[in-house]
Write a protein that binds this ligand. Sequence first.
Ligand code: UDP
Ligand code: MG
Length: 317
Amino acid sequence: MELSVVVPVYNEEENVEPLIGEINGVLRHLGKRYEIVVVDDGSEDQTFAVLSKLQREQPTMKVVRLKRNFGQTAAVAAGLTYARGEIVILMDGDGQNDPADIPALLAKLAEGNDLVAGWRFNRRDPFFNRRLPSMIANRLISWTTRVKLHDYGCTLKAMRKEIAKNLKLYGEMHRFIPAIAFERGARIAELKVNHRPRLRGQSKYGITRTLPVVLDLLTVKFMISYSTRPSHVFGPIGILSGMGGFLIAIYLTIQKWVYDLEIGGRPLLLLAILLIFIGFQFVTMGLLGEMLARTYHESQDRPVFVVGEILEERKNV
Ligand code: UDP
Ligand code: MG
């Protein structure tokens, strides 16, 4: 199998059939062996019925039905698990991504990239509750992670199998796929892609998705930069805070013992106690983090590095 197109769908009964038709229309001319993996993320409408009808007609289709609605990220993860192609294309099931962009994505991937992310430069979504929050999120993500892209929210992507199979996705993390892949050493590129307005069905998201994205960003940043050394994040804060508290405590002790001043009602005393407490907390949190990091890496046999290739002398045996 050369190519897998992975499509997560949730309540898209009117959209799946036209979309599958479009994808087939584009891929048929590529002359590659391909499959379309549609993940039905626990739809409550007729989506699954439509999909099973389509699947009976088309052997190139694989339908994975989840037991309930697990969310887009989980649906994507399921699709990636069942995809068998050497190259995996990811796209939305509502027809907003344009299958006509697939050949260009593949060409860009062939230039030696491991992942090509789409950039919806003419994004067709409402401004205030969708495009504005997403502009802010894009800036934040590009600032905190080291992959510089214009559009992290675009589902349309192409990636090599090695990348697709090694992503560990949780929460709302599908938008951090490039960042996670980059951390594993992937070469990332960006390509302008077409974006179309949603013609049928409802968007599954609103303004409320902004906050989870920010929290996920924190997690991703932490996992990428510090997951192998959490005590380096918490430790310094703890030590600084503890030392600050300690110095203030010394100052107060001198005032009491040398100058015989009353310190019982001083706000500084409270501050000193607070800082010392925080200091202890942070240092111990860092140490706990270290233990968790060891469990995390060792339980999964997850190496702290990724090897690209190895050159060595061939032994004649
Ligand atoms: N989706 C999903 N599970 C969910 C929510 C959404 O599989 O819980 C799918 C949805 O069917 C669509 C894609 O994820 O194919 C993107 O969703 P949507 O178009 O609603 O997001 P938007 O384009 O508005 O950001
Ligand atoms: Mg959409």
